[in-house]
Design a protein around this ligand. Structure first.
Ligand SMILES: *Cc1c(COP(=O)(O)O)cnc(C)c1O
Length: 373
């Protein structure tokens, strides 16, 4: 069922030869933890984004943690972000000892409502962390103008936004740094855990490189930087990612074609209460997820099981209401749009290898379900 939702087994079937060759190449080299494969991927990933630097790390959560530290975020500092995100966005802030300050979302795009950010800035604000959720970018121009006026760095959470664009600019290249996850389900996925940061700033990059390597300068046994950890990118993932990066635009194209078919086939269900994703005119969506909304969400998910179709919710619980984050003092009622949306959103199957006939079955099942509510 999981594979049906995400489709990476289908992808493996298609790319098996190339991926096994990548594994064999790295294993034969004897350089498993550090070396030319990771360096090659970093170069290609930086080039893809038109930035100077990329540092490969062990997962997306640590990409955010290390980028926050490299940007100078210290215990007790405040980081402005959203609650409608994957919990790791906020966990990363917590891991640094900083404090998340949540702003509500725009109920149409489900993204950070940039108009609310100024009121959230305090003398302790040390970073703004917009999340380009589902594959669509936050409204970066006003956000960056505000951040620049207050001299606050912007870190983009791009874990769901590989290849997404805002006014032609690619996600991750707009703020002081961008953090990526290559968790297998993501638009660019490794075959295990992996992540990366990108930046144009050589000092931020140099700090990131020390922080991911115990706080040492490369090749030394001497810790120079506080807050380091063991977070390098494994070579085997790097080589798999380097090969898959050449196919990333194709994956995104396939996702957009699937989204266009959903858009076209489901638009008349608006009358039955089904709200489709809204892409802002200046954005190029990369459709990590195709998120729809309906007040009877739970009934729809239950009914779709009869067709052997399992639907995901990203995410059912707003982060600010989770008990593991209760020390930050937020609760139900604090972020009305975030809470309302969390009760109604769900995701339709979306992955590059989703065939047209399978998608047609999903569309028909959903139509029957929604119209019979
Ligand atoms: C997946 C994800 C992360 C965390 O990445 P991992 O590689 O799983 O640690 C962070 N933020 C967002 C928005 C994500 O979707």
């Amino acid at each position: 069922m999981t594979t049906y939702v995400w489709g990476y087994l289908e992808e493996y079937a298609q790319e098996r030869e190339d991926l096994l060759d990548a594994v064999d190449t790295v294993f034969k080299s004897g350089q498993l933890v550090w070396g030319p494969f990771a360096e090659a991927f970093e170069r290609d990933f930086a080039d893809y984004h038109g930035v100077a630097h990329c540092a490969g790390v062990d997962n997306g959560t640590n990409a955010i943690v290390l980028a926050l530290r490299a940007l100078g975020v210290s215990p007790g500092d405040e980081v402005i972000t959203v609650s409608n995100t994957a919990a790791p966005t906020v966990l990363a802030i917590d891991m640094v000892g900083a404090v998340p300050v949540f702003v509500d979302i725009d109920p149409k795009t489900y993204l950070m409502d940039v108009d609310l950010v100024e009121a959230a800035i305090t003398p302790r604000t040390r970073c703004i962390l917009p999340v380009h959720l589902y594959g669509q970018c936050v409204d970066m121009d006003p956000l960056q103008a505000l951040a620049a006026a207050h001299d606050i760095p912007v870190l983009e959470d791009c874990a769901q936004a590989h290849g997404a664009r805002y006014k032609g600019r690619i996600a991750g290249s707009m703020g002081q740094a961008g953090a990526f996850s290559f968790y297998p389900t993501k638009v660019l996925g490794a075959y295990g855990h992996a992540g990366a940061t990108i930046t144009d700033d050589p000092e931020i990059d140099a700090r990131l490189r020390r922080l991911r390597y115990y706080g040492m300068d490369e090749q030394q046994y001497y810790v120079v930087e506080q807050g380091g950890q063991n977070s390098r990118l494994d070579q085997v993932h790097a080589e798999i990612l380097r090969r898959k990066l050449t196919r990333l635009d194709g994956y995104i194209e396939a996702r957009r074609a699937i989204a266009a078919r959903y858009d076209e086939s489901l638009k008349d269900l608006l009358d039955s209460g089904l709200i489709l994703p809204e892409t802002v005119g200046y954005n190029e969506h990369s459709y990590y997820l195709y998120v729809v909304r309906h007040p009877e969400r739970d009934r729809i998910i239950e009914a779709m099981k009869a067709y052997d179709i399992s639907l995901n919710i990203s995410y059912p619980w707003p982060v600010h209401t989770m008990t593991g984050f209760s020390r930050f003092g937020y609760g139900k009622g604090d972020l009305p749009h975030t809470e309302e949306v969390a009760g109604e959103i769900f995701s339709l199957p979306m992955f590059p290898s989703l065939g047209e006939s399978k998608q047609a079955e999903i569309i028909e099942a959903l139509r029957t379900t929604v119209e019979s509510l």
